[in-house]
Structure formats: structure tokens, C-alpha cells
Design a protein around this ligand. Structure first.
Ligand code: FE2
Length: 248
């Protein structure tokens, strides 16, 4: 399995504070069946701006050196859509401060929790798609204003947005409300990835196997494999998702 959303770098956000915690988090993920993890530190977040990509890459290399070969780590970012300026920063890639997922055309985007704050997500998705980017919306089930707006969720996916649901919301280890939304999204075929969004070893741990089992039980083995392995593999290999002929 491949984990596309994980706060594993030490001392950069609300993930691990020390490298020892980072190494332990990655080892637990590997023991749970993750072969590849993409480090996605918060970026453009009011508390964790993380605009020095070189520093993030150095921290990633240090964790990888401590781990050895497994799990394989890549750099990414959870890019907060704080303002329309974020589009300029994205267009500057691979220069500038932001990170796509493993250097691919796929971007992990965090929306704002208060409704109406930040740019209109439909406009951002449209602008990114016409520029050849593949926007992935992180945990749509966690934003109250989006989670209950089925029409907007469908419109975003129809426009070309991809959706990443949090593993604990699939396996039922988190709150009941986002779990119910995650189930509805899965029933509607609106989910493209399941990832851990791990932050630590206690309250928000790594690992995808419990979610895989819940997916298999509820939506079948093929769907479980697609969301935890086949689709994330396409991301880190920078190619269209299985079943898609080309990037739009
Ligand atoms: Fe996150």
C-alpha cells in the first residue's frame, strides 16, 4: 500500500517533533503494510507556512537515512488554499516554495474549515486542471460546509477534482459524523484515494490495513486495492489513474 498523506517530517508542523518519532511512525506504517509514504507537511497554513522546500527535503533525507530502504519516502505537501495567490505559487513549480506529490502533476489541497474563507474551490480546481495539474482534495469529509453539500461534492469531481478520504474515517476509528460522510462518498463513487493523514503514534496513527479491510468488506477487494495501492501508485509514477487514458 502507498500512503499519500502523512505528517512524518520532524519539527515542521503538528506531526512529530523529533526525528525519533518520525522514524517510529514510518516503521509502524511499514509494519502495517505501507511500502511507500509521501510526506505531506502543511504548507501555506497560518501556523505552519513551510516555505523552505530545501529544508523539508533535507529532513526527508535524514529520516530516510535512518530508516534504510523501507518504507520508501517521497516529498509532497498539504497545500492550504489560503488565498488566490496560491495559484501563482503552484504555477511556479518546480521552483518556489510548494511541493506537488512526489514531484508529480498531482497536488494535495487542504481547504479552509470555516465556510467562505479562502478562494472558491471550484474556481481553483478549474484553473489547476486547465494548467495541467491534478488537484486532490484532502479529506472532504472533514470540512462541515463541504461534507453536507452533496451537489458541490459531485460538481467538484465532475470538474476533475480527485478526493482523498482519511483512513480512520473509513475504518471507524475517528468520529462518527465524518465516518458517515466517508461512507456516503464511497457509495457515490466519489473517492479516489484513502490515506492515513497520520500525525503521531497515538491519536492519529499511520497505517492503512484497517481501512483496507473495511473497504474490502463494504465495497469489495478491487475498490480497496484501487484506493490504497493502484491509484496512489499512479500518482507517484506521475501517470493517469487506472482507467483514465490521459491527463485532462
Ligand atoms: Fe493532513
Amino acid at each position: 500500500m502507498i500512503d499519500l498523506h502523512c505528517h512524518l517530517l520532524p519539527g515542521v508542523d503538528d506531526g512529530p517533533s523529533e526525528i525519533e518519532e518520525s522514524v517510529a511512525l514510518c516503521r509502524q506504517a511499514a509494519a502495517d503494510g505501507c511500502e511507500v509514504m509521501v510526506a505531506t507537511p502543511h504548507q501555506r497554513h497560518p501556523y505552519w507556512w513551510n516555505g523552505d522546500r530545501q529544508l523539508l527535503a533535507e529532513k526527508l533525507a535524514a529520516v530516510q537515512e535512518r530508516l534504510g530502504e523501507r518504507p520508501r519516502l517521497f516529498l509532497g505537501g498539504e497545500i492550504h488554499l489560503d488565498s488566490i495567490e496560491v495559484l501563482d505559487e503552484i504555477q511556479a513549480l518546480p521552483q518556489g516554495s510548494l511541493s506537488s506529490l512526489a514531484g508529480s502533476r498531482y497536488l494535495l489541497l487542504e481547504l479552509s474549515y470555516p465556510e467562505g474563507y479562502g478562494p472558491n474551490p471550484e474556481e481553483v480546481v478549474h484553473e489547476l486542471l486547465v494548467s495541467g495539474w491534478k488537484p486532490i482534495i484532502a479529506h472532504p469529509e472533514m470540512y462541515p460546509w463541504l461534507a453536507e453539500d452533496d451537489e458541490l461534492l459531485v460538481r467538484l469531481v465532475e470538474r476533475g477534482a480527485l478526493m482523498q478520504v482519511t483512513a480512520m474515517n473509513v475504518s471507524g476509528l475517528f468520529d462518527r459524523r465524518p465516518q458517515r460522510v466517508a461512507g456516503r462518498l464511497l457509495d457515490a463513487g466519489l473517492v479516489h484515494f484513502v490515506a492515513s493523514d497520520a500525525h503521531n503514534l497515538s491519536t492519529r496513527p499511520p497505517g492503512l490495513s484497517a481501512a483496507f479491510r473495511a473497504l474490502r468488506a463494504g465495497w469489495g477487494e478491487e475498490k480497496a486495492y484501487a484506493l490504497t495501492t493502484a491509484n496512489p501508485t499512479a500518482v507517484i509514477e506521475n501517470r493517469p489513474l487506472p482507467g483514465e487514458s490521459s491527463f485532462r
